[in-house]
Design a binder for this molecule. Structure first.
Ligand code: TXA
Ligand code: MG
Length: 317
C-alpha cells in the first residue's frame, strides 16, 4: 500500500484541498471528536459508493450523515419534539439520531441503504465543523477503518488501514472521545441502538424516560454485528490475573506478568479510558495471541467501552 496524503488540519491549504476533493467525488478522512470519519458528499451516489469500496463494507449498511447545524438536519430528516429536545441538549456532539427521512431529502439512497430512516449527527470537532461549513452540504461518513477493524482514533491509524485509497487525511491529533457516537432510534419509541460517547443516563434525563433496547430479532446492521471492531488477537475479558504470554489492557492498577501493557486510565477515569481504547487495541494487536483485559465498570462511558470490548472478543463470523 502506498503512502497516504496526510495534511495537518492547521495547514492553510488543508481545508481548500479537502473541499475540492469532496466536490470532485473523492474521499476525505476527517477528524471528529469520536473517531476519524471517511467522508464523502452524501448527495453524490458515486462518491458514497466509493466509501463502501474502500471500506470493503457490505452495501446494505447505512451511513451516518454529518451536517453543520439543526437546519441542515431538518432539511434531510423529520425531527419530532423529542428529537428537537435531544438535538438541543447534545448537538453539536457525539449523538446520532435515527429519524424518518424527508421525502425531498437530497441524500443518495445508497447512503441510507434505501431505508425510510436516516442517521444524522452534528459533530463538535472544530475541523469537522469547518469542513462541513466550507463544503456547504451533508457528508456521509462511517468510521475511517477497513470494515471489521477497530475504528481509527488517529491519522496514522487511518493511513495504516486505508493508505492512498483516500484522497486526503486531515490530521488533527488523537480523537478526544475515542468511542463512536451514541445512536438513538427515534422512528418509534426512543431506542438505544448503540452505546457511545453520550452516556445513556444523560439522554434518559432529557427524555424523562428510559431508552428501549432494540427489538429482539431486529435486523442487525453490519456495523452492529457481534464480531465488529475485531483485532487479530483474541481478547480475554474481565481478567484479574495474567496467564503466560498474554498482553494486558489495564484499567487502574496494572497486573503483574504481562508481556506488554497499555493502561487505559491509571486513575480509572472512564473518559480517559474511552479515548485510549482503540489505540490500545491497535498497539497490542500482533504482540501476542491473547490480550487480557481488566474489568471495566459498566456505568457512564463504561457501557460503550464494554460494548466495543465484547464485540472485539466475539468469535469471528
Ligand atoms: O462517531 C461516529 O458515529 C462515527 C464518526 C465518524 O461520526 N461514525 C460511525 O459510523 O461510527 P459507522 O458507519 O462506523 O457506524 C454507523 C452505524 C452503523 O452501525 C449503522 O448500521 C448505523 O449507524 N445506522 C446508520 N443509519 C442507520 C439507520 N437508518 N437505522 C439504523 N442504524 C443506522
Ligand atoms: Mg465503524
Amino acid at each position: 500500500m502506498s503512502a497516504a496524503r496526510i495534511l495537518a488540519a492547521s495547514d492553510p491549504s488543508a481545508l481548500p484541498a479537502a473541499v475540492a476533493a469532496l466536490r470532485a467525488g473523492a474521499l476525505v478522512a476527517m477528524p471528529t471528536e469520536t473517531v476519524y470519519g471517511l467522508a464523502a458528499d452524501a448527495t453524490n451516489a458515486r462518491a458514497v459508493a466509493g466509501i463502501f469500496a474502500v471500506k470493503g463494507r457490505p452495501q446494505f449498511n447505512p451511513l451516518i450523515i454529518h451536517v453543520y447545524d439543526p437546519d441542515a438536519a431538518r432539511a434531510i430528516a423529520v425531527l419530532s419534539p423529542e428529537a428537537e429536545r435531544l438535538a438541543e441538549a447534545f448537538w453539536p456532539g457525539p449523538l446520532t439520531l435515527v429519524l424518518p427521512r424527508r421525502e425531498d431529502s437530497p441524500i443518495a439512497e445508497l447512503a441510507t441503504a434505501g431505508l425510510p430512516t436516516v442517521a444524522v449527527r452534528i459533530p463538535s470537532h472544530p475541523v469537522a465543523r469547518q469542513l462541513l461549513l466550507a463544503f456547504g452540504g451533508p457528508l456521509a461518513a462511517p468510521s475511517a477503518n477497513r470494515s471489521g477493524h477497530v475504528s481509527a482514533t488517529a491519522a496514522a491509524h487511518v493511513a495504516a488501514d486505508l493508505g492512498d485509497d483516500v484522497a486526503l487525511i486531515l490530521d488533527s491529533g488523537p480523537a478526544t472521545v475515542g468511542v463512536e457516537s451514541t445512536i438513538v432510534g427515534l422512528a418509534g419509541a426512543p431506542t438505544l441502538l448503540r452505546a457511545g460517547g453520550v452516556e445513556r443516563v444523560a439522554i434518559e434525563a432529557v427524555l424523562g424516560a428510559p431508552l428501549a433496547a432494540p427489538a429482539a430479532g431486529a435486523l442487525e446492521a453490519p456495523g452492529m454485528m457481534a464480531s465488529h471492531y475485531a483485532p487479530a488477537a483474541t481478547l480475554r475479558l474481565n481478567a484479574t490475573s495474567i496467564r503466560p504470554g498474554e498482553t494486558l489492557i489495564a484499567f487502574g492498577p496494572p497486573l503483574p506478568g504481562a508481556v506488554a501493557t497499555v493502561n487505559l486510565s491509571p486513575v480509572q477515569d472512564l473518559r480517559e479510558a474511552a479515548a485510549n481504547l482503540f489505540a490500545a487495541l491497535r498497539t497490542l494487536d500482533g504482540i501476542a495471541p491473547v490480550i487480557a483485559v481488566a474489568p471495566i465498570p459498566n456505568h457512564g462511558l463504561g457501557e460503550a467501552i464494554n460494548d466495543r470490548l465484547a464485540r472485539a472478543a466475539a468469535p469471528r463470523t
